[in-house]
Design a protein around this ligand. Structure first.
Ligand code: PLP
Length: 229
């Protein structure tokens, strides 16, 4: 059952990529495992899934304990809200922090990370007060001010656009994130290009891919509804 869901999502990812003239291998599936049992993670791993996302540092700590050496064979992205005082632990456990949303957090990551540690900047595209993220109009200055930091590398942008039942109405937000990345890349120095766009979830990842997503974060469509795991 899980196997079928995983195959079907991989297929839909490939089709969405091809529809817009992209290569399927340029879009990565990040399996969001918040609240998911270890069995499901092992099953995903056995089926070749290597990229996983967690929202809580504590949950990753538990995963590492449960998985032993296998934890390190997988790639883990942090996709939740990170408190500054957990940055050090997060840098040990995760291969990338996708949700950098303020300078204070970025500085904490710099103090903890190994040189070149990849981070993404979270952008609050819908300007929603309850959501984290740098406002679109502040993004350029935020990125420019990181130019001197050698410990981190801004490798991507990440966003959670306002929810809508109809994925088509989210398309404009996805497009905006791509435009923001492209605008930054046009003016950034060579060698500091931002390539990744982490956007799209279970109900709208195809539209996100059509608009340029390089990583889609999928939970429910893989593992079922959160209250039923
Ligand atoms: C939970 C979560 C997802 C996955 O959402 P689904 O709708 O279950 O696919 C993606 N991104 C973030 C940041 C999340 O917290």
């Amino acid at each position: 059952m899980f196997e079928e869901r995983l195959h079907s999502i991989r297929e839909r990812i490939a089709e969405a990529a091809i529809r817009t003239g992209r290569r399927p291998e340029d879009v990565r599936l990040l399996a969001v495992t918040k609240g998911v049992g270890m069995d499901a993670i092992r099953e995903a791993m056995d089926l070749g899934q290597t990229l996983f996302g967690e929202n809580y540092v504590q949950e990753a700590v538990a995963r590492e304990k449960a998985m032993g050496g296998y934890f390190r064979r997988l790639t883990w992205h942090f996709i939740g809200h990170l408190q500054t005082n957990k940055a050090r632990r997060a840098c040990e456990l995760f291969d990338c922090i996708e949700t950098v949303d303020c300078r204070r957090l970025l500085d904490a990551i710099c103090r903890a990370a190994t040189p070149g540690f990849p981070v993404y900047v979270q952008v609050n595209l819908g300007r929603e007060p309850q959501k984290a993220g740098i406002l679109p109009e502040d993004l350029r200055r935020f990125v420019e001010e990181t130019a001197g930091l050698s410990q981190v590398r801004i490798a991507g942008l990440m966003a959670i656009p306002p929810y809508s039942e109809d994925p088509e109405s989210t398309r404009g937000f996805f497009r905006r994130l791509r435009e923001l990345r492209d605008e930054l890349n046009e003016t950034l120095m060579k060698g500091r290009q931002i390539s990744e766009l982490s956007m799209g979830m279970s109900h709208d990842f195809e539209v996100a891919i059509e608009e340029g997503a390089t990583i889609v974060r999928v939970g429910t469509a893989l593992f079922g509804p959160r209250n039923a795991r």
